[in-house]
Design a protein around this ligand. Structure first.
Ligand code: FES
Length: 136
């Protein structure tokens, strides 16, 4: 019973990332942190980035949320690790959902959490950099 419910809601890849999420945790000396919440369901994601020479050398996340929120957070971190900032800026919720083989229509909004947490982290990183530039 539970198995057929899960297979209707989530494909195998989503389930796999939900059961074994990658890059869970925090980065103590993160260069940027992004926090995003969905006001409707209350789910939240915190994304930590370690950046060196415009490359995301490490990325971790903490997500309090549904299976799709955790799976999209997990795959988003895999897509970002060791990638240039320029590529991260082009990340969209659609790309994240596609990398998981798609989400059911009722769960598409969950992929927005990871994309928006990334946007928030990148915006905070840019603001810090601009602040550092103007203080010199
Ligand atoms: Fe809230 Fe999935 S139901 S992010």
């Amino acid at each position: 019973m539970a198995r057929s419910y899960r297979s209707q809601m989530y494909n195998e890849k989503v389930l796999e990332h939900f059961m074994n999420p990658r890059n869970v945790g925090i980065i103590e000396d993160a260069d940027a942190i992004g926090i995003e919440g969905n006001p409707v369901c209350g789910d939240t994601m915190k994304m930590y980035l370690k950046i060196k020479d415009d490359i995301i050398v490490d990325v971790k996340f903490q997500t309090l949320g549904c299976g799709a929120a955790i799976a999209t957070s997990s795959i988003a971190t895999e897509m970002l690790k060791d990638r240039p900032l320029e590529e991260a800026r082009r990340m969209t919720s659609r790309k994240i959902a596609d990398a998981l083989g798609g989400l059911s229509p009722g769960k598409i909004h969950c992929s927005v959490l990871a994309a928006d947490a990334l946007k928030s982290a990148l915006a905070s990183y840019e603001a810090q950099r601009q602040g550092a530039d103007t203080s010199n």
